[in-house]
Ligand binder design. Structure first.
Ligand code: HEC
Length: 113
């Protein structure tokens, strides 16, 4: 095999790998059922109507139940990336995988709590 052929193969391999990766990411689908099992670390703050956190500052916790799915995914991803910087939410979001975020978003988008 000539050098050029090898290079072409490798390039093709990288391209195929990249597009596989991209489509796998786009296919992360949220499951409300799975989300219901992952929300134990959220209900302490988001499950209580009109709840306010006292740390690090007195802060009203937004209601997320019934919120739009895409909005929930976007906001959780923004906390995870540091684009949004509320300390409690950043600390929590950095522990979540793409799948966790999708599941939790599906759960809260469908939910009333
Ligand atoms: C320690 C209390 C606390 C916990 C636990 C917590 N949150 Fe939050 N969350 C907050 C506060 C406070 C805000 C508002 C922060 C801000 O203004 O950016 C918030 C904001 C959010 C938002 C954005 C809402 C909006 O209207 O923009 C989402 C989505 C969210 N939380 C989801 C979750 C999920 C999912 C979990 C569990 C994995 C969780 N939170 C756990 C306190 C908490």
């Amino acid at each position: 095999m000539g050098f050029q052929k090898v290079v072409r193969r490798v390039c093709l391999g990288v391209l195929v790998g990249l597009s596989f990766g991209a489509s796998a990411m786009a296919e992360v689908k949220g499951s409300a059922e799975a989300g219901a099992k992952k929300n134990s670390m959220c209900i302490g703050c988001h499950g209580i109507p009109d709840y306010k956190t006292a740390y690090p500052v007195l802060y009203r916790v937004p209601k997320i139940a019934g919120q739009n799915y895409d909005y929930l995914v976007a906001s959780l991803s923004a906390y995870r990336s540091g684009e949004r910087n509320h300390p409690s939410m950043v600390a929590i979001a950095t522990t979540l995988t793409d799948q966790d975020i999708a599941d939790l978003a599906a759960f809260y988008a469908a939910g009333t709590r």
